[in-house]
Design a protein. Structure first.
Length: 434
């Protein structure tokens, strides 16, 4: 019965597994688990790096509960079962001429898992994926079904949008969409200091802007995506395969594996092999094809959300910390930007946000690096991504969320006996009624 997440950073041994096909099946799973005194946790694609999905009770996968239930063209919404993958959602939307306004770069996540952990893309005028939720339904600990919307109960809805799996099992989700559109993608190498010096201009001049900085060098891989009326002009299949699979995944994986075996060579590998291989690329394609990219190299990741205005200083401090502590970092640092929102436990709550993500190749000791980065991010009132590794607890996290108590009150009312609790939630939220 052993389960492991995608990054191989977490595993657990549930006493039972369930794959419901209907809301009635979900209620039955919850009822049987409660009667047996077992906890219930839902897992999507397992792309969270924390133990948020781990349990010693019943592990529920919604991968069979994955249909599109309805499209409202006039309202511009789609209603889906919670287990649908983002990739399949995109394909279904494209068939009816619709698209999500923004997405992250991983398409195999389930929609429920993505919104529950505040997964995000980039674009300072666009929020994380949970901000596109207009309604959702929860199957609660007592087996009842609760429809959540801002009109019915603003506080409940704000808690359920990013609920961490602590409130119940998400059954259906209604998402705001828009007419399908194409994006013009431009990628190129640049100098870190030059990018940081013109950061505000890059953010303002592009609908979607992000960059990857390669530690031990001054090189960044800069990405800019903007809407266009032009038709798709994707590169030839071989060119795309070479760029996205061979270079970005297979070759990078081999270099990362070599760096794990010979960590003293990592600075040279980052400067002379990885960073030097960045070239220019342009293409126009359907929006979801631009947003998503394949991820074949496994890694550990931590990501922090800080106020946008501190982005440059934070990145400079991370660079200095790596040098001062002589850390051997063989993965780029990813930097993205999102709009403020009012979701209770969204890391972007109440402020325009810069997300800074750090990674280490699988099997390498990430803790000294991640702890050093976390110390820096906390000095800027940083909030960790709920699905990425971090070392915080409820006592620390509660200080940075203005509506923390509202969320805890909703959780304690919906799950007073802790049916949906686990070790992770007890750490970051505290136990129910605690």
């Amino acid at each position: 019965m052993k389960w492991r997440n995608w990054g191989r950073t977490q595993s657990c041994n549930p006493v039972a597994r369930a794959r419901p096909r209907s809301e009635e099946d979900i209620r039955a799973v919850i009822s049987e688990a409660a009667a047996a005194g077992r906890h219930v946790k839902v897992v999507g694609a397992g792309h969270s790096f924390t133990d948020i999905a781990c349990t010693d009770g019943v592990l529920v996968s919604l991968d069979r509960y994955n249909r599109v239930l309805g499209v409202d063209r006039e309202a511009g919404t789609v209603t889906v079962e919670a287990g649908i993958s983002i990739k399949r959602l995109n394909e279904e939307l494209a068939r009816v001429g619709l698209a999500m306004s923004n997405l992250g770069d991983i398409a195999y996540q389930s929609i429920a898992g993505a919104i529950s952990t505040a997964t995000h893309g980039t674009g300072i005028h666009l929020g994380n994926l949970a901000t596109f939720v207009t309604h959702l339904t929860l199957v609660c600990a007592d087996g009842s079904t609760l429809r959540c919307s801002p009109e019915a109960d603003e506080r409940l809805f704000g808690a359920a949008q990013v609920g961490l799996g602590a409130l119940g099992v998400i059954s259906t989700v209604t998402l705001k969409c828009e007419p399908a559109f194409n994006l013009h993608a431009r990628e190129e190498g640049a100098d870190l200091d030059e990018v940081l010096g013109s950061l505000d201009a890059h953010i303002a001049d592009n609908e979607h802007f992000e960059f990857f900085w390669f530690p031990h060098s001054s090189v960044v891989h800069m990405k800019r995506n903007n809407r266009t009326e032009r038709g798709p002009t994707p590169p030839r299949r071989w060119k795309a395969f070479k760029s996205e699979i061979i270079m970005s995944n297979l070759a990078f994986g081999l270099v990362s594996r070599y760096g794990r075996a010979r960590p003293e060579r990592i600075p040279s590998l980052m400067r002379n092999v990885i960073a030097s291989g960045i070239g220019r690329m342009q293409k126009v394609d359907r929006s979801d094809h631009i947003y998503a990219s394949p991820r074949l190299v496994r890694f550990s990741e931590m990501e922090y959300a800080i106020p946008r205005q501190h982005a440059r200083e934070a990145i400079e401090k991370v660079r200095a910390m790596i040098d001062e502590r002589d850390l051997k970092v063989n993965f780029p640092v990813e930097v993205r930007f999102v709009a403020a929102d009012d979701i209770l436990l969204s890391p972007a709550h109440g402020r325009e946000t810069c997300y800074i993500a750090v990674h280490m190749y699988r099997g390498m000791d990430y803790e000294p690096y991640f702890r050093g980065v976390e110390e820096i991010m906390m000095s800027f009132d940083g909030r960790p991504h709920w699905g990425k590794l971090h070392f915080r607890d409820a006592a620390s996290l509660s200080k940075t969320y203005p509506r923390w108590d509202d969320f805890i009150d909703v959780r304690d009312k919906l799950d007073p006996d802790g049916l949906f609790r686990n070790t992770y939630l007890d750490r970051v939220l505290g136990p129910p009624g605690g």
